[in-house]
Design a protein around this ligand. Structure first.
Ligand code: NI
Length: 188
């Protein structure tokens, strides 16, 4: 099943997502559906809040960028209850980021190069690792979603001013999108 992607302006994107337990109902189906949704939208990562679920589940498909990053060939991880527990901000890196919840936008974002992450894999086995490289960038983007944060929160005040109109259009549903979307319902 393909879920609609929740678009900027949807309150769930601003919530801190909850850890889940192994008995979360139909978790395997949820992950399979998230994979189908990600493939449909052409993104490289999807966090559960982007389909309206405030839980700490993230999937990625970095195989999509394996032409540029051969190390990520066939790399399609699932991260459950992920938490970034340390940032090594001695070195930072700036790369262009986009987000399925912010269609039509892309902005350079500066982030620490290395992070320490704790998570559970699909078998609920625990991991605690220092991550660097492009994966560290994608993880920071995706795990921000679990904290109710979006990449635009990292932009300078100046750049935020430049994209203000586009953000307003997203809230109003006035944008083009090639995948199924869910815009905030107008309140009046
Ligand atoms: Ni995103």
């Amino acid at each position: 099943m393909i879920y609609p992607i929740y678009i900027y302006g949807q309150p769930v994107l601003r919530e801190v997502a909850a850890d889940i337990t192994k008995d979360y109902p139909e978790l395997d189906k949820l992950i399979a559906d998230m994979r189908e949704t990600l493939a449909h939208s052409g993104g490289i990562g999807l966090a559960a809040p982007q389909i309206g679920l405030s839980i700490r589940v993230v999937i990625m498909d970095l195989d999509l960028i394996s032409d540029d990053y051969p190390a990520y060939k066939d790399f399609r991880p699932t991260y459950i209850n992920a938490h970034i527990v340390e940032y090594d901000d001695k070195e930072t890196e700036t790369s262009d980021e986009g987000c399925l919840s912010l269609p039509g936008l892309s902005e350079p974002v500066r982030r620490p190069k290395r992070i320490r992450v704790q998570w559970l894999d699909e078998k609920f086995e625990a991991h605690d690792e220092w991550i660097d490289g492009y994966l560290a960038v994608v993880m920071q983007h995706e795990f921000d979603h679990l904290e109710g944060k979006l990449y635009i929160d990292h932009l300078s005040a100046f750049r935020k001013t430049l994209i203000k109109k586009k953000l307003q259009s997203l809230i109003k549903g006035d944008f083009d999108c090639s995948y199924k979307c869910k815009v905030r319902k107008p309140t009046r």
